[in-house]
Design a protein around this ligand. Sequence first.
Ligand code: SF4
Length: 609
Amino acid sequence: MSGYVGKLLRVDLTTGRMTTEPIPAAVIRDYLGGRGLGAFLLFTEVPAGADPLGPENKVFFSTGPLSGTLFPGACKMDVAAKSPLNSGYGSSSIGGKLAAELKFAGFDAIVVEGMSREPVYLLVQDDHVELRDAGHLWGRGAMTTEQMLKEELGEEMQIATIGPAGENLVRYACIHHDVGRQAGRCGIGAVMGSKRLKAIAVYGTGSVSVADPAAFLEVSRQAFQAVKSAETHEQWVREGTTKTTEWVNGTGTLPTYNFQAGAFEQAPSLYADVARSYVVSDKGCYCCPSPCGKYTYAPRYDLHIEGPDYETVGMLGPNVGLDDWQALVKANWLCDELGLDTISAGATISWAMECQAKGLLDASLTDGLDLSWGSAEAIWTLLERIGHRDGWLGNLLAEGSKRAAEELGQGSIAWAIQHKGMEQSAYETHSATAMLLSYMTCDIGGHHGRAWAIWNDISMGRDKVSPEKVDKVIELQHIRPLFDCLGCCRFLWVELRLSFDQYVAALQAVTGVKRSYEDLMHISERAWNLTRLYWMREIPEFGAAFDAPPPRFVSEPATYGPTAGVFTPRASMEIMLADYYQKRGWDANGLPTHQTLDRLGLLELSPWR
Ligand code: SF4
């Protein structure tokens, strides 16, 4: 089918064998590509109960049908694996130029399996594929490795690499690409590290087949014009996601001091105008007319990075009490070079800071490190220790906040702000019932990407418990992941107001197959339920208890800002969760019913049919 190459590259690191395989047309039909394809392959190929850091786990790099085309923002790839952070479904989206390059090289996906005895990197150059020694790269930072491989192989190579955190199996290690793009969440960098796969390098000279080039060019041209003429375009390109910081601080949804408060007195020193004053240039992904990447220089430390984006600002800024932009840039640089997810890293450090503030981590346990809120020195030192699993504390925090709290005990689990073992991203939810429901039910854990419902809380009444909010969360959980199936950046839809009809038209022009918005939503719902089945298969006791909110938001009032003194009654979230299950066609324990699986064509894959 046009839009797809129709084949994947399978790399067995144990044997060194590499093969190409067709991707069955039925899989493309039912799962579209990208995230859908990755979820299907993970479910069907990785055996139940596999050790996330063992040879049975696999890493799936999957593009979508629009990846690598000329549609605006057609740059995305999904990276899936069993997550070492929580042993559940792991998936993370990555932009830059990797997805397009893989299509140009002649593959829709790469499946990496087994485990190499020595460090290697994978070279894909059209149909030439090769595993090469990576001994000289092992131990190097992720950005350094990318640079070294570009010098070795050529600037046009697209590189995805891990840093020391991935090598050291830090459970929230990320995969780095294109200076500042990451597959950040779920610890898939550690899965690569466990396989001793330091990097993949891809270059291709082909192109993506398009069924109706004239129609496709026209819909793409219109989409480019719509994005460029959007009212929000200028601000988006100037500020990128840092435009969010002021808004969340004003609404009391900026995570502060480990989510104890929703606003930060010193937040203005981290606002977009401050960020912009350090920007050297704007930087975009493949085929993006609205570059949100900000290439930044911090003169005090002589450091260049791409970022910080809003999530990094929230989690390594107010949430750890830091109010110094250049110090934040250095923390971001350390995460990028070590190969750490900035969200989980910030959340785990903020948990440690709260533990020290409450007397659980004295100087004997921190090797004398003072973990006071806002200490840049403490944040940088902890990032280094985590990335290298240095000492007792570095090792503890490398496990993520939930495991660390279980180890430390003394009630500290109540301060680990996580869902299904993955740290909540940068929206404070003491009074934001839709966003809290979105986090509670997110298929990978505490991530905002599936349903950014905070806006609906503000517009619909933030502590309101309403069926409309539940409907909105479900709708968002279907529509937003669809972009990850298509291989496109959703920001152009969210921020630049590109109509979804244009994606429907582009998909038809590329593939030659007519699919309605409803058809696509059905595919997304199928993928959502498949990931639910994955959790059920991997964790026999999985059920509603795994969708419970962190106690902080339902029992402790926020301490500062517009929501000071407020928390959401636990009963409110129980009502919304029950409504959510019912609307999804799941039973009272949150498990898809036989009828739901049948409706979605998933019965065959269900171990409980
Ligand atoms: Fe990449 Fe940002 Fe453009 Fe999206 S909006 S494609 S993340 S540069």
